[in-house]
Design a protein around this ligand. Sequence first.
Ligand SMILES: O=C(O)CCC(=O)C(=O)O
Ligand SMILES: [Fe+2]
Length: 366
Amino acid sequence: MAKPGGVNHHESKITDENGLRRTILVPVVQDLSRTKALPQQFIQRQPTAIATSAFTPAVIDMAGLRDGLDSSSRAVELQKLGREARDWGLFLIENHGLVLSDVEQSVRGFFELPFQEKKRSVGTYMSVDNLGYGRSYVKSEDQVLDWIDRLAMKVAPKAATDGLAVWPIKPPNFRWAMEKYAEGAREILDELLQALAEALSLDRRAFSQYFDHESSEINVRINYYPPSPNPASTLGITAHSDASSLTLLTQFESSNGLQIFKDDRWFTVQWPCNTLLVNIGDLMEIMSNGVLRSPWHRAATQSEVERFSVALFYNPPGGIEIEPMQDGICGGGGYRKVVAREYIENYHKVSPAPYKQPIMFAKEDE
Ligand SMILES: O=C(O)CCC(=O)C(=O)O
Ligand SMILES: [Fe+2]
């Protein structure tokens, strides 16, 4: 336990060069930020967080999309959706009906707890599948670390969470708020799976056929980026694509943290506060055989501002085999059939990874 005002440590398990499992201690970023300390292990080898351009994704009006299957407003939204999903792999949604205040209150309440309380509150499942309160993907002692503390949990299917102490006990309504949010999110993402297929002139069930209410998987990761002593030399999240089919991303205040890589440069994603962001994940890239591509993205840090984001990953049931589309427009991406769980396991094993490397696992000639 740290002295009052001191820095606590997360315990991360790594496998060292001799194949032995070891625990290494990683400072809690929330504590570092308070003391304005910036240890060497958080300093990127190249200055990073300077994005050259700003980008505001197209906003899809969910009310317009719901406006009757053959209505003109739906046609307009579908056209926008198809274009943005193909060009950028992400888009914003408005009129989504999701209320975020309970989630925000619970998340802020959790991170306000003292370190030991946070650990006690979450239970013991830290090292399972990168879940729990702590850090993701600490693989070696000389790795440059992200300026972040995280809380990650499985939300669905419910049975998958039974044996794990996955839910923070404090604040007391945390689980209720997150499950309510996830159910609302699932409805929206189901609609978007169908709309994306339609926007690409595919059978409406081309993507949604892999999902079902009982066993599709929802994982939630809460990213907390405390103020950084030097945003130009720290990163909140190292560049990656998401393993998911679709990711729903929420931030609590409008701030510029998310950056996306396109045409050889980084763009800061500008994101109005009444909207949520949806991005294509690797599993969707595989399903569409490369017609939709999962964007390579990262999170910058800021000097005076703390930022929270909530990433909700929507995946088919783990045992489902995904078969890349082979017809006219969807074909030629060179992807092979993959079992969702095998894809995700490999993704966790190889992350963090160089540009688009995890998805090579699903290429035909791998
Ligand atoms: O904080 C953000 O905007 C990005 C989060 C993210 O990319 C993730 O959790 O996978
Ligand atoms: Fe991400």
